[in-house]
Design a protein around this ligand. Structure first.
Ligand code: C2E
Ligand code: CA
Ligand code: CA
Ligand code: CA
Length: 283
């Protein structure tokens, strides 16, 4: 590989240039994209590990770019975060996802309370209108606060002081669930969990991946077991991400996890997919 070093260097340089241009291009295109309605949301179901029934869905934003095609959030969320566009974009996602959840609920009055999970970026978390905007979106849609779960990454809350936690506490008091996303990747102080207004831990995909092997890594199993028992003793529910096989689902169920999300159940997709999954449950 060393002998190709010269070429690689050139290639890497060209690649870096292309990336920079794209990044710059994408960044400047973001505001107009929001106005033109180029963003759309895919929904991925969250299921109860016990019986496989649909618990809710997570809203995952995508950008249908006129030149580059469909871009995943990893391509543009960081850019939107840097420029502050994440605030109006995030507000749009919240509004659209909540509206969709309300629509599902009115269609499936006997299908149980379908919940909607929406991701919050750190900038949104710091925004002074977070609570007011969320209340406004809920009131206008008619969705009860208890059906909304806001996902905040563990790293966004590391070292969070009371000023940062106050809006989340207010939302939690209204009945909105707060989930700690990507849990287990942020080295947070476990004792700190008690201080946070969270009701759900979302165990990061890396743990589920550790169970891919046969037999699963016994240390991974022990860690998950420990996290689940800690979470449950703090009255937190545990959701696992990235479940790709039935064997993983079985194992996570045995370890006491509550809900799961992953390709094994469904990939993120159009709202109609959730619709039919919930309908299938209801019969
Ligand atoms: P996340 O919140 O951890 O979302 C889960 C990611 O895992 C999604 O990637 C989902 O498509 C993917 N995934 C789900 N099941 C599986 C599986 O079984 N195997 C594998 N390998 N992957 C699976 P996606 O949609 O590309 O989203 C990436 C990240 O972008 C999200 O990670 C979230 O942090 C962020 N994001 C997405 N939508 C929004 C949004 O509206 N606002 C903000 N602030 N961030 C968002
Ligand atoms: Ca998430
Ligand atoms: Ca996650
Ligand atoms: Ca993630």
């Amino acid at each position: 590989a060393k002998s190709a070093g010269g070429n690689r260097f050139e290639f890497a340089d060209a690649e870096a240039d292309a990336r920079a241009i794209t990044r710059h291009g994408l960044t400047t295109a973001l505001p107009a994209a929001l106005e033109r309605g180029e963003f759309f949301i895919e929904y991925q179901p969250l299921v109860h590990l016990g019986d496989g029934s649909v618990h809710g869905a997570e809203a995952l934003v995508r950008w249908c770019h006129p030149q580059h095609g469909v871009l995943g959030p990893d391509r543009f969320i960081p850019l939107a975060e840097n420029t502050g566009l994440i605030v109006p974009l995030g507000r749009w996602v919240l509004q659209e996802a909540v509206r969709q959840a309300r629509f599902w609920q009115t269609r499936h009055s006997d299908g149980g309370p379908l919940r909607i999970n929406v991701n919050l970026s750190p900038t949104q978390l710091h925004h002074p209108r977070l609570v007011a905007d969320t209340v406004d979106v809920l009131e206008r849609s008619g969705l009860e606060p208890g059906a909304l779960c806001l996902e905040v990454t563990e790293s966004a809350l590391i070292g969070a002081d009371d000023d940062l936690l106050k809006p989340l506490r207010q939302l939690a008091e209204m009945g909105v669930d707060i989930a700690l996303d990507d849990f287990g990747t942020g080295y947070s102080n476990l004792a700190n969990l008690r201080r946070l207004p969270v009701s759900v831990l979302k165990l990061d995909r890396s743990f589920t991946q550790g169970m891919q092997q046969h037999p699963a890594d016994p240390v991974d199993l022990k860690i998950v077991e420990g996290i689940v028992s800690l979470a449950h003793s703090l009255e937190l529910a545990v959701t696992v991400e990235g479940v790709e096989t039935g064997a993983q689902a079985q194992q996570l169920r045995d370890l006491g996890c509550d809900t799961a999300q992953g390709w094994y159940y469904a990939r993120p997709g159009a709202p109609d997919r959730i619709h039919s999954l919930v309908l299938a449950d209801a019969v």
